[in-house]
Write a protein that binds this ligand. Structure first.
Ligand SMILES: [Mn+2]
Length: 272
């Protein structure tokens, strides 16, 4: 049995199938998916259906695009012109897939393998114990286990950049939104924990005064192997041995990458 982690699939089902074939993925193996399973690529509906069919083998953390679909489905938001959810929204499977998707996680840690993952990463302002607890708070909301804040309210009010910096005494929707933004949207951060929400580019063009989150988190999480997706522009390179970027831009015509956790060996499928 092997465990493979795959970054942002974004509806690129043909590449996912090729990659699983290339690593000889079997019914004994496990799959960790780093979120953004759907949206910009051509086959969001069939991708989600396939992952749903494989759910017993999968551990999934949600990305901002997955949450965006849920915010459309449950929160009444409209798709943008760049979204490719039409087939999914019209599908007879939409109800089942959307309710299943909102039961997935925002953060996962496996102590025996020594790996943790979330879609965007883990900010240096939290300990491992805190990130696990905060992720659980939001998972309880979106799965419907939290009676204070309903998942429909969450998906109606999910969008927004405020508060842009974590404070521990946040409550309600502001707290849930802040946790969600750190775990699914973070790229650049300041020492005090303030997030920058607009920059998606390469490190050489980065605005002054900001750092990639992992430059601050590498001191904090020594001994932990941490995987994330979300930031295609860095091309799977962090320069930090134990912080592993797995969004290699499949949907932008580059690569889809799987890493075998037991060996650290990466396998890629070139899209073009
Ligand atoms: Mn993302």
């Amino acid at each position: 049995m092997a465990t493979y982690a795959i970054g942002d699939i974004q509806g690129c089902l043909a590449q996912l199938n090729d990659l699983l074939k290339k690593v000889k993925f079997s019914s004994e193996d496990k799959l960790w998916l780093l979120g953004d399973l759907i949206n910009r690529g051509p086959q969001s509906h069939d991708t989600l259906l396939k992952i749903h069919d494989m759910q017993d083998q999968c551990t999934i953390v949600l990305g901002n695009h997955d949450l965006h679909f849920l915010a459309i489905y449950f929160g009444g938001h409209n798709p943008s012109s760049a979204d490719r959810f039409d087939e999914l929204l019209a599908s007879t499977h939409a109800h089942e897939l959307a309710h299943w998707l909102r039961g997935q996680k925002l953060f996962h840690y496996d102590a025996s393998l020594g790996y943790a993952m979330s879609h965007a990463g883990i900010p240096h302002i939290w300990t491992l114990t805190e990130v696990a607890a905060y992720a659980k708070e939001v998972e309880a909301v979106i799965s419907g286990a939290d009676s204070e804040l309903s998942y429909t309210t969450f998906f109606q009010q999910m969008y927004g950049n405020e508060p842009s910096c974590w404070v521990g005494d946040l409550v309600g929707m502001a707290r849930a939104r802040s946790i969600t933004n750190y775990l699914t949207r973070m790229r650049l951060i300041r020492g005090d924990g303030t997030l920058e929400f607009s920059y998606k580019g390469t490190l050489d063009q980065m605005p002054a005064g900001w750092q990639p989150w992992y430059e601050l988190s590498k001191e904090k999480f020594v001994g932990l192997k941490l995987m994330f997706g979300h930031w295609a522009a860095i091309g799977g390179v962090t320069g930090v041995a134990d912080i592993i970027a797995l969004d290699t831009g499949a949907v932008w015509g580059r690569y889809l990458t799987a890493m075998m956790l037991e060996t650290g060996v990466k396998t890629t499928i070139c899209v073009t």
